[in-house]
Design a protein around this ligand. Structure first.
Ligand SMILES: [Zn+2]
Length: 79
C-alpha cells in the first residue's frame, strides 16, 4: 500500500459525527484531568465537590448536598 493511501485511511478514521464529539475525543484526557483535579482541589480546601459552599468536615459535601446524597442512598436502598 502506498503512503498516500495509508495517510488517507488514517485521516478517514479521525472523522467524527459532529464537532462536539470531535472536541470531546481530542480533549478527553485533559477534560478528565481537570475534572479530577478540581475535585481534589475542593476536597483539600474543604469545599463541597458539587457546589462551592463549605463542606461538612470529614465529608466532601456541604450540608445541602449531604442531605441530597443521604436521600439518594435511602431511595436506592428502598428499591
Ligand atoms: Zn454542595
Amino acid at each position: 500500500m502506498g503512503f498516500k493511501k495509508l495517510l488517507q485511511r488514517v485521516r478517514r478514521k479521525k472523522k467524527y459525527p459532529n464537532r462536539f464529539l470531535k472536541f470531546y475525543h481530542q480533549n478527553k484526557k485533559q477534560l478528565n484531568q481537570e475534572r479530577r483535579s478540581s475535585y481534589l482541589e475542593k476536597k483539600k480546601e474543604g469545599l463541597c465537590t458539587r457546589c462551592k459552599r463549605k463542606a461538612v468536615s470529614g465529608i466532601v459535601f456541604c450540608e445541602y448536598h449531604q442531605q441530597k446524597q443521604q436521600q439518594y442512598n435511602k431511595n436506592a436502598r428502598e428499591k
